[in-house]
Design a protein around this ligand. Structure first.
Ligand SMILES: *Cc1c(COP(=O)(O)O)cnc(C)c1O
Length: 332
C-alpha cells in the first residue's frame, strides 16, 4: 500500500518502539507480551490521535482552514491532541464537549481538561450526553464562518477514512519492525472506540496479506454495533486504498465484556490492570481506554483465549493524562 500520495504533516520524528514486557508476562503466565508504545507519539502527551491528526490536519491545511472544530467527552484525549496540533500549526481550535456522564463537565477539572486551557483553546462548547454532535459542530462552524473564518470539522476520535490512514501506517510500521527483529506476533490487541484505530490496523494487516488476528476490546458500544462500525470504516478504507484482498465481518473481532457500567466509568478490572502494568513495567495506562483493554487481555489470557499464541502485541494508544482526573479511584 502506498500511503505517500496522501498529504501528511509529521508530529513524531521516530517509529514508536515495541517493548517486551517480561515482568508483566511472568505475572500473567501466558504468552510473551509486547507493547507498541504509541503513548510515546508526538504532540502534548502523545497517544493514538497523533497519527490520525497527521493526515487530518494536512487535509485541513489543504483546504486553507484557519480554525478546526472537533468533539469528544469532557476528558477527551482526542480533543487535547487536536488542540495541540492546531497550536503547533498556528490554527485556532474549538471543542464541543459532550457530558456523556451527566454533569461531568467541571471548568477547573484536572487531566485533559487542564491541558485544554494550558494549550490555549479558543472555545469550549459543552453539550448534554446524547446530543447530535455533528449538528453541534456544524453550528459552531457556521458561526465561525459568518465571522469570516475558514472552519474545518474533524469528526469525533478523528475516525474517518482520512484519520484512520494513520493506523494503516502504524500497522505497516509494526509489520516492518516485526520483520527487522524477527519477532512474529500471533495476535494484536487494541482498544476499539470510535473505530479509526481498529479499522486502520485491520486494513494495514489484511492489506499486506498478513494473517494476524486483531482483537478489539470495546469500551463503549455493544459487540454488534461496534463490529458493524469497524466493518463499515474498514470497507471505506479498502475502497480508498483500492485493496482487492477479500475480507468479511468475521475478520472484525470485538469483545464488549470489559466496558462495565459504561463509557469512562471505572471498573475493578481496569484499576487492577493499570496498577499491575505500573508496578511490573513502570508504564502508565489510562482509565478510559487502555486500562479496560488491558483488563480484557488479562482476562482472555486467563481464560486460555491466547493458548496457542507465543507472542502478543498490545497496542498502547496513550491517554495517561486522564489518570490525573481519576486519582481518587486508585487509592485503596
Ligand atoms: C481515542 C482513544 C482510543 C480509541 O481509539 P479509536 O480510534 O477511537 O477507536 C484508545 N485509547 C486512547 C488513549 C484514546 O484516546
Amino acid at each position: 500500500m502506498d500511503l505517500s500520495k496522501y498529504p501528511r504533516r509529521r508530529y513524531t520524528s521516530y517509529q514508536t518502539p515495541i517493548e517486551e514486557l517480561p515482568r508483566l508476562s511472568d505475572a500473567l503466565g501466558g504468552p510473551k507480551i509486547y507493547m507498541k508504545r504509541d503513548d510515546l507519539l508526538g504532540l502534548a502527551g502523545g497517544g493514538n490521535k497523533t497519527r490520525k491528526l497527521e493526515f487530518l490536519i494536512a487535509d485541513a491545511l489543504r483546504h486553507d482552514a484557519d480554525v478546526v472544530i472537533t468533539c469528544g467527552a469532557v476528558q477527551s484525549n482526542h480533543c487535547r491532541l487536536t488542540l495541540a496540533a492546531a497550536s503547533k500549526e498556528g490554527l485556532k481550535c474549538h471543542l464541543v464537549l459532550e457530558q456523556r456522564v451527566p454533569n461531568s463537565y467541571n471548568k477547573h477539572a484536572g487531566g485533559n481538561n487542564f491541558l485544554f486551557h494550558l494549550l490555549g483553546v479558543d472555545g469550549i462548547h459543552v453539550v448534554d450526553g446524547g446530543s447530535d454532535l455533528v449538528a453541534e459542530m456544524q453550528h459552531v462552524a457556521d458561526e465561525l464562518a459568518s465571522a469570516g473564518h475558514k472552519p474545518y470539522i474533524i469528526p469525533g476520535g478523528g475516525s474517518n477514512e482520512i484519520g484512520a490512514l494513520g493506523y494503516v501506517s502504524c500497522a505497516q510500521e509494526f509489520l516492518q519492525q516485526s520483520f527487522e527483529t524477527g519477532i512474529g506476533f500471533d495476535s494484536v490487541v487494541l482498544t476499539s472506540g470510535s473505530t479509526g484505530t481498529h479499522a486502520g490496523v485491520l486494513t494495514g494487516i489484511l492489506g499486506n496479506n498478513a494473517q494476524i488476528p486483531v482483537v478489539g476490546i470495546g469500551i463503549n458500544r455493544k459487540k454488534e454495533s461496534q463490529t458493524e462500525a469497524v466493518y463499515s470504516l474498514t470497507q471505506k478504507l479498502f475502497e480508498k486504498l483500492k485493496i482487492k484482498i477479500p475480507f468479511s465481518r468475521n475478520d472484525v473481532i470485538v469483545f464488549d465484556d470489559y466496558i462495565g457500567a459504561g463509557y469512562s466509568l471505572p471498573t475493578e478490572g481496569m484499576i487492577e490492570a493499570v496498577k499491575l502494568v505500573a508496578r511490573t513495567e513502570a508504564i502508565l495506562l489510562d482509565p478510559v481506554y487502555t486500562g479496560k483493554a488491558m483488563a480484557g487481555m488479562i482476562d482472555l489470557i486467563k481464560k486460555g483465549y491466547f493458548a496457542s499464541a507465543k507472542n502478543i502485541l498490545f497496542l498502547h494508544t496513550g491517554g495517561s493524562p486522564a489518570l490525573y482526573a481519576y486519582a481518587d479511584k486508585f487509592y485503596d
